[in-house]
Design a protein around this ligand. Structure first.
Ligand code: FES
Ligand code: FE2
Length: 337
């Protein structure tokens, strides 16, 4: 499956940039092959347009923010958040600006400290609702923002795959002596999936420190949620009541590249465990996954007969079936010009 070939993937919200990055002026991001310019408007909300001036095609992301709009770096035409050209410095003041001077705009909003974009005016699903992230008693720690050279589907499947811990994560939390995956309860949703499992893990010293537990062996209660198509939450609860919830999106940049956007939500404080140590541990785990995922085919089949499976692959099989059905249901949708 090549994500840019199916217009249905344009009908979902994706996190594209940390909000903080917009403080430095207009930024570029390519979503599903579509180059975007993103900037902060006067009321502090983000805006997204096609990154291509309608005059001579210069990249608007190389321009500046002016009066809440974005000004082209070439001849200085300025656009508002709807993509309407509001200023042409070369025209007499007060002269009418032709209505054809416009650039395509996209829906854009802030959530969880990130800018989210939907390329379609008609999204199939709202943004993922994460009540734990909205709870002011919890802290949200931005973790990773980086491109991976693999498909979003591989990243999602890997998140629900209990069978790789003892191999890929042997150096972090995997129990080498227990390659048999923990049993899990799989609950397919209409669009999405929930998986519940109790997973035995090893806690290396850094993990014992950030978990505030002396045990080197313990269990994690795991509740994983898949948000179609390429986001998930992994809510881990330890026996001492500590919650470590990870949100990960594999935002599709192109067929072969996904932007990993990850933050975590915890119900403890900086005094209990520093954000830096939490990020350091998750960095190790994420790097272990990245190494192997970047070795996989990005043209990931949704036809379940193409690759071989074992019983613990059931969540990935549910994902492939749902995506195949989604593609089929929308196969007559047109790709925009
Ligand atoms: S190319 Fe943008 S104003 Fe000329
Ligand atoms: Fe993993």
């Amino acid at each position: 499956m090549l994500v840019t070939q199916y217009p249905v993937f344009q009908r979902f919200w994706y996190p594209v940039l940390p909000m903080a990055d917009l403080a430095d002026g207009p930024q570029s991001f390519t979503l599903l092959g579509q180059p975007l310019v993103l900037w902060l408007t006067e009321d502090g909300t983000p805006a997204a347009l096609k990154d291509r001036c309608c005059h001579r095609s210069a990249k608007l992301s190389m321009g500046i923010v002016q009066n809440g709009g974005v000004r082209c770096p070439y001849h200085g035409w300025a656009y508002d958040r709807e993509g309407t050209c509001t200023h042409v410095p070369q025209l007499d003041p007060g002269a009418a600006i032709p209505k054809t001077y416009r650039v395509e705009s996209f829906q854009c909003q802030e959530r969880y400290g990130y800018v989210w974009v939907c390329l379609s005016p008609d999204p199939l699903r709202p943004l993922p609702e994460i009540p734990e992230a909205a709870d002011p008693n919890n802290r949200l720690i931005p973790q990773f923002y980086e491109p991976w050279h693999c498909s979003g589907l591989r990243v999602m499947e890997n998140s629900f795959d209990n069978a790789h811990f003892s191999i890929v994560h042997a150096a972090s939390f995997g129990v080498t002596e227990q390659p048999k995956p923990a049993k899990s309860e799989i609950v397919p949703l209409e669009l999405g999936l929930k998986v519940y499992a109790t997973v035995p893990v090893v806690n290396p010293p850094i993990q014992q420190q950030i978990l505030n537990i002396p045990d080197s062996l313990t269990v994690r209660e795991v509740e994983s949620t898949w948000y179609v198509p390429f986001s998930r939450t992994l809510k881990i609860t330890y026996p001492n009541g500590l919650m470590h919830l990870i949100f990960t999106a594999a935002t599709p940049v192109s067929d072969s590249t996904s932007q990993i956007v990850q933050f975590c939500v915890r119900n403890d404080t900086e005094a209990d465990a520093s954000a830096a140590s939490i990020i350091a541990f998750d960095r190790q785990v994420v790097d272990e996954d990245k190494l192997v995922l970047e070795s996989t085919d990005y043209n990931t089949p949704v036809d379940v007969t193409v690759e071989q499976h074992m019983p613990s692959d059931q969540p990935g099989i549910v994902m492939r079936r749902q995506l195949a059905a989604l593609i089929k249901a929308h196969e007559t949708d047109l790709l925009p010009a």
